[in-house]
Design a protein around this ligand. Sequence first.
Ligand code: PMP
Length: 437
Amino acid sequence: MIVSEHTTALGPELSDAWARARRSLAGGVDSPVRAGLPVGAYTPLIDQAHGSRVLDTEGREYIDYICGYGPILLGHADPRVSERVAQAMADGAVFGATHLEEVRLAERLMALFPSIEQLRFVTTGTEACMTAVRLARSLTRREKIIRFEGCYHGHSDEMIFSAGASSLSSPTLASGVTGGVIHDVLVLPYNDIFAVDRTLRGRRNEIAAIIVEPICGNMGLCLPAPKFLESVRDLCRSFGVVLIFDEVITGLRLGGGAQALYAIRPDITCLGKALGGGLPLAAFGGRGDIMAKLAPEGPVFQGGTFSGNPVCVAAAHAFLDAIYSDPNFYATLERKGRRLADGLRRIMADLRLDYPVVQCGSMVDFMFRHGQPHQNFRQAQEANAQSYARYYHAMLQRGVLLPPSQMELMFLTVAHSDADIDATLAAAREALPLSAA
Ligand code: PMP
């Protein structure tokens, strides 16, 4: 049921709740995108989330396409996860010691991701990517890394500049990043294999790693060009460079990740988001000889008070059990993604709009940019920001919660019903003519 009678307080008006949030939380948020700057408004403060819906503090309900920015795949507050988490809590929330459920979870992930010969659990995707790069440096004894504009790999110093939606930091000391760090990071255009080739040839024996989102979800949804990933894989092999796939978004959302989809074996994989069934759990893992570099056996330090804690591990098991209990789990997600994407394409055609809709499994996206789907961050930045802001608000008024930035994308869960999707499409049919430039 679409709540088109919404009279959401939009625009620059500051609700009492937001005013209160801004007094205690810097910018009123714990992560910048939540402030809604790209859509020029304070976003709804959320009180509860169930299934495909979130409820704001004023009692308004929305169909949710943020879904925690990726972690939610079963739907919010899935009882199978909640019950296991409650059980785990009852037996102790953090041990500071290895436990067998964590070992069992590692084994399950190694079965899902054949490229992972060993792994380690951490709490956030940021930590996973940060340590993956450190391992690559230790292995190769080289200092520089290559990453791609528009890909986001967490908020460590070397990952935050030129990193797409989640981090619009500049490579300057004003952003808190030192010249030394900037010097060690080469940022290339996504999908530009010639730039990768040129850089590796020009800097022989300098590059430790290439880290990439094999399907990028941080500049809208940007798919790899044909053969891009395969060529990066080959070049890494030729030049002795460690290939890191950041599958923090794609990992569990696509089953065996983009690496299964494209049949490419990275040297290290970073997982997070969906892995924890909604709780904070991430991991990095890969080639055994690389993982052997980790302390205590090797020289590379990494640690974490909450790493692999039994509560988050229990949530991950519950999530994996739910996936395995339904042989059609990923087919269902794909079907839902297609229903939404095809519906949007039909609406675009009816309205004579040529904004390309991109879909991969349960990830769906379009940008207010004409022509072919964007291939890199520069092209993503050509999208019309005002149109998206109008669209965001028009959808919000119709009971659909989209991410408050065009550089993010729509995430579906198995809890999104066909009726949810059809209601979303009905809202989009009304909202798009009010938004398009
Ligand atoms: N990698 C990717 C691809 C991400 O999208 C994110 C988070 N948006 C991260 C890493 C960082 O994960 P976290 O926020 O858990 O630190």
